[in-house]
Design a protein around this ligand. Sequence first.
Ligand SMILES: Nc1ncnc2c1ncn2[C@@H]1O[C@H](COP(=O)(O)OP(=O)(O)O)[C@@H](O)[C@H]1O
Ligand SMILES: N[C@@H](CCOP(=O)(O)O)C(=O)O
Length: 293
Amino acid sequence: MIISVPATSANLGPGFDTLGLSLSLRNRVHIQPSKFFSVSIKGEGANNPRLKGNNLFINIFNDHYRHLTGKRGIFRFKFYNQIPLSRGLGSSSAVIVSAIASAYSAAGVNITKRKLLNLALHYEHHPDNITPAVMGGFNVAVVENRKVYSQKKRIPGYLKAVVVIPDKPISTAHSRTTLPKSYRKEDAIYNLSHSSLLTACFFNESWEMLRIAARDRFHQVARMKNLPELFDVQKLAIENNVLMSTLSGSGSTFFNMTYKEDAQPLLEKFKARFPSFRCAIYDFDNDGVLFRD
Ligand SMILES: Nc1ncnc2c1ncn2[C@@H]1O[C@H](COP(=O)(O)OP(=O)(O)O)[C@@H](O)[C@H]1O
Ligand SMILES: N[C@@H](CCOP(=O)(O)O)C(=O)O
């Protein structure tokens, strides 16, 4: 069986811990019962020895497989990773979601996407990556009584993501400890209003108004100061009239959204200006996690 999960870009500016969307960049895992436990990794993380052993995926998979079957299965895991680790593209969420989905698939037990999402919440308490990773598309997600309540909007194919991925890993968990412990009332209202407007822009497909809506006062500036080139990335993007330009999750990736015809010219400007950064164009994903036997 093969499970695949998309990368995600969370926060989207003002929607801290709430808004997120998925990209056509996926981690795939192929699992087979075997006489011996083995892990092979191709792509992102292939040269990371820590991932060959008791990594996040294996630990979560074993927990759920044992809970479902009462036994510890022995499997061969083949990972094909496209999502760079610790770059703000939801690699941890992709692993959490794929591990739970894989355990249910290996145990021969069906699981709804809604249940999968609520199980993933146990491992990552902010729902803005796990929700689009499960559901696909643009999502608004809140948590009440340890459950995720979310709404999804499919993203049209005439929009593209143009991402700039610096060669600087950022630990999300550490990054969150560096954010302010409290905010001024006017800044809270600013983010609340802009996050609400951004959500309405996605649902009404009012793309031009995203240039106003996708502004933040909660987290971006504090995080971008750790890699000041990101201010130049955002400046170049805005000068080129992108629909939105936001720090992807906790960073270091910068996420930009354009109309299809504007993506390649912007990509070429990014590549020329930031030769040491990885730059790419991705379609948006609207499927989320996929199960295939
Ligand atoms: N493909 C993977 N296999 C196993 N663990 C992974 C994988 N990708 C990410 N992780 C785990 O998630 C951590 C990165 O999570 P995080 O700091 O939230 O970064 P991101 O911004 O990519 O979500 C890694 O240090 C590792 O523990
Ligand atoms: N809301 C979270 C999002 C983290 O996204 P990631 O892709 O960096 O894990 C935060 O801002 O901490």
